[in-house]
Design a binder for this molecule. Structure first.
Ligand code: MCA
Ligand code: AMP
Length: 463
């Protein structure tokens, strides 16, 4: 009913984008489905983003209406100029329900998710109703979703993992969802005993085990029983270290179900629900997902870039015709991931084709976007952002800077991090800042990032 009240309050949207900034819980779904019921497309904002990023998303998506929960209202105050702000709590308490829900075309936009890429600013990936329905159907089948399931949910809602792959798929199967306000390792361990499914990024499993190791024996025994009672624990968004997967297997008797996904394609490959899950592999394509592995010469090869085609493919990047065109070759989407197919057909992800795309704790980050922000720092003359392997985060974001003459002190780590935090979500801010005399460059002046990474790796402490 709350969704219909939101839809009535929004009025007919005719495909317009509406931003929602709502804490996890039922109100989030009321707002989400309310926008769809009014014929709009949802742009999910996150309280993790500072004003500069939120403002960019709203401007880029041409948002003129925002739905907010009262606990987050002050975060959108500055966005209010020229925009309508509706409090979902008011709408629920006083609004009238919409009687006739919009019936969109399958190809209409339903969700616009911002994703970082090899261009400076994040791009809005447009997912259609059909894309979301296809994912619900494919994953519902592949992972055996059923109404008795209880999903334990602690993923952020502004990305496809938490929103589409976890939340919408569970709801599509009529399952229940227990949404935690945020990731909290103790709360997750405690809630496992009354849940059936958990989904996470590898960093969450690392953090869960860190909390486990710090607990007393009785607590560990209770948590172990809870984890063993789950019917499914999945991992995705970044490579699951095999040692971490094996630790989960030792505790629960089952290796986590690892799968491969992307904002633009949803889940593409998965290990099986039943049957052998191959450590270090992401499984085989879901039904309807077509794949190619393409070498640098554009021909099919045993290892190379993964190209994908199929009905879960997004509609394109919002207002970025060139980027959309570049992402496709003859209808195939170029994922930017380098893969190989193992004996038996399972895919293994070997890395990314671009050094400028990093994955930290499951978030895709653009080195170029972070460099662009740091370049605005008055004491920084040159900057290169790289990712170094890190046991907790996957990639550790490291900024290598050259200071302007005599201004080294202003480039001290905490000062640079504080500067970046004003504009960037904290999870994008470099964890390490190194002040160097110069950066290694090639003949045309481009920073040679692999060489830089090799040089600075011994200087960097990891978590
Ligand atoms: C938090 N911090 C991070 C990250 N998360 N730094 C780098 N990378 C991160 N991912 C920073 C915080 O800003 C803070 O910095 C410090 O670490 C401690 O934060 P805390 O709140 O304690 O962290 P946490 O709550 O434990 O968060 C870790 C997390 C979170 C739960 C793993 O990062 C997370 O929810 N990740 C999921 C990302 C995700 O959903 N990706 C899916 C993309 P400071 O001290 O400076 O303030 S979609 C996708 O990839 C496709 C579709 C797919 O296949 O799924
Ligand atoms: P995003 O753009 O945030 O949706 O992230 C998509 C990217 O996450 C993919 O292109 C991969 O690089 C990475 N990814 C997702 N799942 C896995 C996995 N199981 N193993 C390795 N990388 C993964």
């Amino acid at each position: 009913m709350g969704a219909r009240r939101c839809a009535q309050a929004l009025g007919p949207l005719g495909g317009r984008r509406v931003a929602i900034l709502i804490s996890p819980g039922a109100s989030f779904l009321e707002a989400f489905f309310g926008v769809l019921a009014a014929g709009g497309c949802v742009v999910v904002l996150s309280p993790l983003h500072p004003h500069a990023e939120t403002a960019y998303f709203c401007e880029d998506a041409e948002v003129d209406t925002l739905l907010v929960s009262s606990d987050l209202e002050e975060r959108v105050a500055e966005l209010g100029r020229g925009r309508r702000i509706l409090r979902v709590d008011d709408v629920r308490a006083h609004g009238e329900p919409l009687s006739e829900v919009a019936s969109p075309n399958p190809t209409d936009a339903a969700l616009q998710l911002y994703t970082s890429g090899t261009t400076g600013k994040p791009k809005g990936a447009v997912l259609t109703h059909d894309n979301l329905a296809t994912q619900q159907e494919l994953l519902g089948e592949a992972w055996g979703w059923r109404p008795e399931d209880v999903l334990l949910h602690a993923l952020p809602l502004h990305h496809l993992h938490g929103l589409g792959i976890a939340l919408l798929t569970a709801l599509g199967a009529g399952a229940s969802v227990r949404m935690l306000p945020a990731f909290d390792a103790t709360a997750i361990w405690n809630a496992m005993e009354s849940s059936t499914v958990v989904m996470g990024v590898p960093t969450m499993y690392t953090k869960l085990f860190a909390r486990f190791d710090a607990a007393d024996d009785a607590t560990r025994a209770r948590w172990t029983a809870g984890a063993r009672g789950l019917r499914l624990a999945t991992s995705g968004s970044a490579a699951l270290p095999v040692s971490l997967g094996e630790r989960w297997r030792a505790l629960t008797g089952r290796y986590p179900l690892e799968r491969f996904g992307m904002t633009e394609i949803g889940v593409g490959m998965t290990n099986p629900l039943d049957g052998e899950r191959r450590p270090g592999c992401v499984g085989v394509p879901l039904p309807t997902v077509e794949t190619r592995i393409v070498g640098e010469d554009g021909k099919d090869a045993p290892s190379g870039e993964l190209w994908i085609r199929g009905p879960s493919m997004f509609a394109g990047y919002w207002k970025r015709e060139d980027a959309t065109k570049d992402a496709f070759v003859d209808g195939w989407f170029r994922t930017g991931d380098t893969v190989r197919r193992e004996d038996g057909g399972a895919f293994k992800v070997l890395g990314r084709t671009s050094v400028d795309i990093l994955k930290s704790g499951g978030y895709k980050l653009s080195a170029l976007e972070i460099e662009e922000v740091l370049r605005e720092h008055p004491a920084i003359a040159e900057v290169a952002v790289i990712g170094l392997p890190d046991a907790t985060w996957g990639d550790r974001v490291v900024a290598c800077v050259v200071a302007r003459e005599g201004r080294e002190a202003e480039c001290e780590e905490e000062a640079v991090r504080a500067f970046a935090k004003k504009t960037l979500a904290a999870y994008k801010v470099p964890k390490t800042v190194l002040v160097l005399k110069d950066l290694p460059r090639n003949a045309v002046g481009k920073v040679v990032k692999p060489e830089l990474a090799r040089t600075v790796a011994p200087l960097v402490r990891t978590d």
